[in-house]
Design a binder for this molecule. Structure first.
Ligand code: 6PG
Length: 242
């Protein structure tokens, strides 16, 4: 059963980044007390992250009460160019986030150990800062060329994980072919809003397959407690999305 979703098609990647930033700020402003944001990896969100560091958007975020997490990472050194955490840190977290609010995956540990450590970090955060049912106020995700989300690849047993929030992923189906650490579907769904950002003509075919109901990981993502919005640019949007 594919998850219900709202699809918005925008002119270009900059418009997608602006729309995603607006949703992020709104969810943070609506959060009572500490807000929890789960960032996505990959290259698509770079525009969004860099936008958050610009004066206009930086001024709109109450940084002291926002905690930042990430959907998945590659098992590489923390400052490796392949690191999702490093990309987010360099794009805005290092410059903007408040001390003690950035929770990234320890990618220098073996995948299963890193997953256990990140699960503990999430559980500790929830115990200390969250009162409602949802772990996150907003989750951002991209979609891989094979329809994967986070590091949950088609055919992976990690897709059927229903108890653990974080798992080690020994083999990646697509580049970079390094082990991964990924949040699981139940964890990613524990959010008041999910925003999926997809841009570029290279994603049109996989989007066509997802929107037509093919059983791919990206077809199963949804927010448990609110909207699931897909923000596409014109280049990525297949006719089915229009
Ligand atoms: C990863 C990402 C992954 C990403 C998609 C889209 O570690 O690779 O978390 O899920 O979001 O593969 O990647 P692009 O934005 O680079 O197309």
């Amino acid at each position: 059963m594919s998850a219900e979703r709202t699809t918005v098609v925008l002119a270009d990647p900059s418009a997608v980044a602006e729309a995603a930033a607006q949703r992020l700020v709104e969810r943070i402003q609506e959060a009572t007390g500490t807000a929890a944001i789960c960032l996505t990896g990959g290259s698509t969100p770079k525009k969004l992250y860099e936008l958050l560091a610009t004066p206009t958007w930086r001024a709109r975020v109450p940084w002291a009460r926002v905690h930042w997490f990430i959907s998945d990472d590659r098992v590489v050194p923390h400052d490796d160019p392949l690191s999702n955490g490093a990309m987010a840190r360099h794009a805005f977290l290092d410059a903007c986030a408040a001390p003690g609010t950035v929770h990234l995956i320890s990618t220098t540990l073996p995948p299963d150990d890193a997953a256990k450590a990140y699960q503990t970090a999430l559980e500790t955060f929830q115990q200390n800062h969250r009162t409602g049912d949802n772990l996150f106020d907003a989750v951002f995700l991209g979609v891989g060329p094979d329809g994967h989300v986070a590091s949950l690849f088609p055919g992976s047993e990690a897709l059927s994980e229903r108890h653990r929030w974080v798992v080690g992923v020994a083999h990646a189906n697509v580049a970079p072919f390094v082990p991964r650490v990924s949040l699981t579907l139940p964890c990613l769904s524990s959010t008041r809003e999910m925003t999926v950002i997809v841009t570029g003509s290279g994603k049109r075919d996989i989007l066509r397959r997802i929107l037509s109901g093919e059983d791919l990981p990206a077809a199963h993502i949804k927010a448990d407690a609110g909207e699931t919005i897909w923000l596409l640019d014109d280049a990525a949007a297949p006719p089915e999305a229009l």
